[in-house]
Design a protein. Sequence first.
Length: 431
Amino acid sequence: MRGQQIAEVRLTPVLISDPPLLNVQGVHQPYTPRLVVEIVTAEGTTGVGETYGDTKYLELARPYARAVVGHDIADLNGLFTLVNKIGVADSRVDHSVDVGGLRGVQSADKLRLSVVSAFEVACLDALGKSRGVPVHTLLGGKVRDAVEYSAYLFYRWAEHPGGAGEKDTWGAALDPAGIVEQARRFVREHGFTSFKLKGGVFPPEQEVAAIRALADAFPGHPLRLDPNGGWTPETSLGVAAELADVLEYLEDPAPGTAAMAEVSRGTGVPLATNMCVTTFPEIRQAFLTDAVQVVLSDHHYWGGLRNTRELAAICRVFGVGLSMHSNTHMGISLAAMTHVAATVPNLDYACDSHYPWGTEDVITARHVFRDGRLDVCDAPGLGVELDPAALARLHRRWLDDDGTLRDRDDAAAMRRAPEHATWTSPVLPRW
Ligand SMILES: O=C([O-])C(=O)C[C@H](O)[C@@H](O)C(=O)[O-]
Ligand SMILES: [Mg+2]
């Protein structure tokens, strides 16, 4: 159908505000790069997608945007054939954990998948709009009417070094009492009933104390701790033993599949990952060695919504649980996450989302969590509308940036604090 062919692609990199959230690598920058992809069909339907906006993704997205012109939006498999023709510079491929994202290896394929995912989502959005059906229908239909998210708790500073970026009213959270207070606000404002604490920031005993404080404040609620590979297997086993009675799962306690398998052999606490299983080729070793019991999917780097469902099917076969990972993102991605999560029967855990930390968006109406859940939208496509003025404003910020913030680097952001002027991302495991 000619009308379904892609006539134009608009790529708009933006910088969105991000609070000073701490992790094992450092601290979030005041603004995070994201890329908005708009696909316009010959008949004039527009679909939107969102992905990482760092330079390494833009470098691929630009030639890819030219390559997909003339492509039929319904030919979703063909999007992958086309992206495989885009070369990736060797310098972009890195088998260590990247300094900002904490998302495991960066293979050429994974970079390509992170780009194609936004185009796949945009095509699904356009296809849904042109057929008058929601994206979840195009994925086979929803199996639930609401998707549950967990409160994503972070140690954080009150503000960015030098007062940079946007101000917020959260204040600092650097000890168990601060984390409990943060959790209470998340509950008040969004109704979350499960909690994840981003760890790897302080020595493990302090983070164990924070989880204990959460368990006391919210008895019986699911709790997770994620130090992003910050601990040795021995330390991980110590933490697992201390928190076995309250943890729903322990996320990436130790770096790499072999270390995770070692931890797994010594504890009954389920281990989750968004670091050692982030691509299809990594699944085999991890599952065969029982290194992980839960995979945190992320449609951005797994290559879109249909690949997420393929991952879910593999997890189902192996009896491995599925949850959802999140980096800083906007409402287009949250809509995409919710549509795919609605269609996966074995999405057994509340999904992660940074969204409640965000204050800026490119959609006209921000998503609202009720009782920690998002209703699954039945409007055509993703069910979100792009706000051109907001998009232009956030793009302006990207244009005005001298390049410092266009590539996420949590270690560099940390060095901007005078007391951490010599900070480098720690060699993992740190403790
Ligand atoms: O391990 C995880 O869950 C993440 O990678 C989520 C985010 O990257 C988080 O760690 C962050 O943004 O600091
Ligand atoms: Mg994680």
